[in-house]
Ligand binder design. Sequence first.
Ligand code: DAH
Length: 357
Amino acid sequence: MNMPDIKKIKDEYLNKLDIDLNIESVNQIKTELFGKNGKISNSFKTLGSLPTDERKKFASDLNSIKDELQEKIDFKLQEIETKEINSKLENEKVDVTLPEREFSRGKIHPVSQVIDEISSIFSEIGFSVEEGPDIENEHNNFTALNTPDNHPARDMHDTFYLDNNKELLLRTHTSPVQVRTMLNGKPPFKIIAPGRTYRSDSDQTHSPMFHQVEGLHIDKDINMGHLKGCLNYFIKSFFEVDKIKMRFRPSHFPFTEPSAEVDIGYEMKDGKIVIGEGDKWLEILGCGMVHPNVLKNVKVNPDIYQGYAFGIGIDRLGMLKYGINDLRAFFESDYRWLNHFGFDPLDVPSNYRGLSR
Ligand code: DAH
């Protein structure tokens, strides 16, 4: 190809590059000129066949044509890019004057927090967590727990019955989970069962719906010493204290023999309850050695197996630990209350060991 032809090509392509193009067509032009078989690339290939005296001039002309075209292509690509950015800026404008969207972060209810803490503490000493339904039958709630039909304890529980035959009810305690667990498995058993419980009762320290956690440990050689050790460990861990004053008071529950109620020592300092010191006592749970009749009712042989059980009021523990004095507020779903007493999901208390329900 001679120089005038090459110049023609140059003019032709400079014209082509003058009109409005997109990136693809510019790249297409680039290939047509400088690709493997491109028009300019091919012209360089003819250099070798030229006489030496012409070759130098031809090469230099060819190079400046190449540079001119290359420059134009670069300019064009730059121009397209700028245009694209500008149109994006134009169309995808962010209006920074808009007010930000409101957001609110939820809080963990103190009861959920306390249940998590309790589960975490007991799981450290080998208890697993069981659950049972809120709607129970009277057999699991009373009869299997050695509380027959005419037993005065039934009246004491102020039961919410769900039918006239008094067969279905809202469980009055978490103890029926003992029955369910033992009927569904084989000993040994080492469980806790936190959950909702119901009694027809309402004042500053009683709510018709409240929470308990049941504990049950059945094996071949479990005695009351284990019960004491377990509760002592739990109360110290829960209240985050090294020492605790604990008192076992003889009591009566149909499903345990012997039975006890446990009080912990406390005192008031600057209007706040301090657990583990002082000479005042506060009842926090019921417990005992599981009655042989209960074991028989769930097909566990009381001559081989025995153990302890306990029932703790969860809400009360939460009120004590976190200084909340009206139980009813727990269940009023007042956001202001929850914001004040609730827990930040990311703010982990020091004795929380990472277990979640
Ligand atoms: N269920 C009893 C209540 O609601 C508490 C309780 C006492 C549970 C003694 C137990 C126990 O497992 O052994 O008052």
